[in-house]
Design a protein around this ligand. Structure first.
Ligand SMILES: [Zn+2]
Length: 306
């Protein structure tokens, strides 16, 4: 067990996977991904069952902290939500699917809150819907749990400087757009394509080409992230640990190895947590049957060390 002044924490709910067992274009998403991580952590005695906390679902009012009233009203219609998720009559859906997003967002809220309050690292076994904007859903993301979690922190503990490190294969455009006018939030993203142009000082978008491997990826990360941490001096750090950068991912076109992904995660941890910064981690993307093992590896390393 690694040494922690305050223990890391984990959030998971069985509600996290029910709504995601869909047949749509995202069918390569393993709907049992988060449950598999939970099960393996318990099987390997990395954590005790009592250590995994089940969050309350977020409320409609929580959604309103970030999203417009009109948009939140529309989300109450399952047909509207189905369109964002590319579900239709051919790919039938569960009309309660919003519940999944409420639970995962509740988990992200709790994850950030506990990490900040106890100055530790906390994981949500899900979350990272970084494409959602104030008034629209994009890229399978109807609500931006990350932005909601950050605004909840502001509400509870006052305004603070937050660094969002988004290493999902896809651009963290929604989160950057939501905080475009707020220079207290630094949005840092490494990805394949820009989904939007972000007009803010405290934003960094690093684009990498198809088939980028461990060395080049880790070089870019190590060139820029420590400098951002030094200059910006965040009081809280969010990490979107998307695993769709892996070479076997069914969506991503990067070529990172399993070891490379873990090195990336360790580097983010060491650059932030080892400097005493509270760190809230959410899963982000990652598609294919073995994707769950990557986030699992990171959590295991945090608890057990090398
Ligand atoms: Zn992604």
């Amino acid at each position: 067990m690694r040494f922690f002044k305050s223990k890391p924490c984990l959030f998971f709910s069985t509600e996290y996977f029910l709504g995601l067992c869909e047949k749509g274009p995202r069918s390569s998403f393993d709907c049992n991904k988060y449950r598999k991580i939970r099960d393996r952590l318990l099987e390997e005695s990395i954590v005790k069952p009592s250590h995994i906390v089940e969050p309350e679902p977020a409320s409609w009012d929580d959604f309103l902290l970030v999203h417009t009233k009109d948009y939140v009203e529309r989300l109450k219609d399952p047909m509207f939500l189905a369109k964002i998720l590319f579900l239709d009559y051919v790919n039938p859906f569960d009309t309660d699917i919003i519940e999944f997003f409420k639970y995962v967002t509740g988990g992200t809220i709790k994850c950030f809150n506990e990490a900040f309050k106890k100055n530790t690292v906390c994981f949500n076994l899900g979350g990272g819907f970084h494409h959602a904007k104030r008034d629209r859903g994009e890229g399978f993301c109807p609500v931006n749990d990350v932005a909601i979690g950050v605004v909840k922190l502001f509400k509870q503990y006052g305004k603070m400087k937050v660094l969002i490190v988004d290493l999902d294969y896809h651009h963290g455009n929604g989160t950057a757009k939501i905080f475009e006018k707020d220079e207290d939030v630094f949005t840092f993203s490494i990805h394949r394509d820009n989904w939007d142009n972000i007009n803010k000082k405290n934003n960094m978008d690093i684009l990498l080409p198809d088939r980028v491997g461990d060395n080049e990826y880790l070089l870019q990360l190590s060139l820029y992230l420590p400098d951002v941490v030094e200059r910006f001096e965040p009081e809280f750090v969010v990490y979107i640990a998307g695993d769709d950068v892996h070479k076997n991912d069914t969506f991503g076109t990067f070529n990172l190895s399993t070891d490379g992904v873990l090195k990336r995660d360790k580097f983010v941890f060491q650059t932030t947590r080892d400097r005493g910064l509270p760190l809230g981690v959410v899963a982000g993307g990652g598609y294919g049957p073995d994707s769950w093992t990557l986030y699992y590896n990171f959590i295991k390393w945090v608890y057990k060390g090398d």
